[in-house]
Design a binder for this molecule. Structure first.
Ligand code: ATP
Length: 250
């Protein structure tokens, strides 16, 4: 396993949000965590990337225990977190935002390697190539999300943590984003995705977890969970009767 999370507990002050989360992400796969608002999905990603210090439990990355490490050390291991609010530098141009993602590489890698990765990001998001000189604050929400993912890719992550990449996007762009996730997997990236858009997330995920009030309540192969009546009823907008009928029909 590339990432193994065991019995992780974390919260904010006295508020405990994660009540012992256990999950794992195989290398080269897309893993999804779905769940309602406030289930603790963002908190889980923050506890993995070191933005929040877990109160107990364990996070292991490529066999090494990294629980409680500071975020900059975790980034250096290759875990890159794309937060829900994209946190771009609004007054800087698109290309400069992307290059910031490569700042740890600037000291040790030739410029042309970084330039080649920039081209790869532009191949993935051609719209950013057109807008490379535009200041980030003037981009649409979808374009800003592309920059945030592109910036993370510029760090050459070994594990990409994506927090609600489809949030607030128009349906066409949502599909486009999940296509990008599949493309990244095809290129060999490992991705842990948290999403409220359960249907799309389960379609692309190799492994998936359902999180409810800080606990994993169901897990399985992504497409398998699409067929679990409780998941259908709670997250895919079907009522329990419809979900059962569909299951019987299959
Ligand atoms: P959403 O999809 O709405 O982002 P989520 O599953 O990601 O939800 P979290 O953001 O992890 O959920 O929030 C879990 C709980 O922790 C919520 O009850 C939230 O109010 C609380 N919480 C989140 N951030 C903080 C914070 N900085 N301080 C205090 N409580 C927080």
């Amino acid at each position: 396993m590339l990432l193994e999370v065991q019995e992780l507990q974390a919260g904010y002050g006295r508020l405990q949000v994660l009540h012992g989360v256990t999950l794992s992400v195989p290398p080269g796969s897309v893993a999804a965590v779905i769940g309602a608002n406030g289930a603790g999905k963002t908190t889980l990603l923050r506890a993995i990337s070191g933005l929040l210090c877990p109160t107990s439990g364990r996070v292991a990355f490529d066999g090494q225990v990294i629980t409680g490490w500071p975020p900059e050390r975790i980034v250096e291991c290759g875990i890159v977190h794309v937060p829900e609010r994209r946190q771009l530098f609004g007054s800087m141009r698109v290309e400069d935002n992307l290059l910031l993602g490569a700042y740890l590489r600037l000291r040790r890698e030739p410029w042309r390697a970084i330039q080649a990765d920039l081209e790869r990001v532009y191949d993935l998001f051609p719209r950013l190539r057109e807008r490379r000189r535009q200041v980030a604050a003037t981009l649409s929400g979808g374009e800003q999300q592309m920059v945030a993912i592109g910036r993370a890719l510029m760090a050459r992550p070994r594990l990409l943590l994506l927090d609600e990449p489809s949030l607030g996007l128009a349906p066409l762009l949502v599909r486009e984003f999940f296509r990008v996730v599949e493309e990244l997997r095809a290129q060999g990236y490992t991705i842990l995705l948290v999403e409220q858009n359960a249907r799309q997330a389960l379609r692309v995920a190799d492994v998936a977890y359902v999180m409810e009030t800080g606990r994993i309540t169901t897990q399985g192969l992504g497409r398998e969970l699409l067929n679990v009546p409780e998941v259908q009823a709670a997250y895919l907008g079907m009522d329990a009767g419809q979900a059962r009928e569909l299951t019987v029909m299959k």
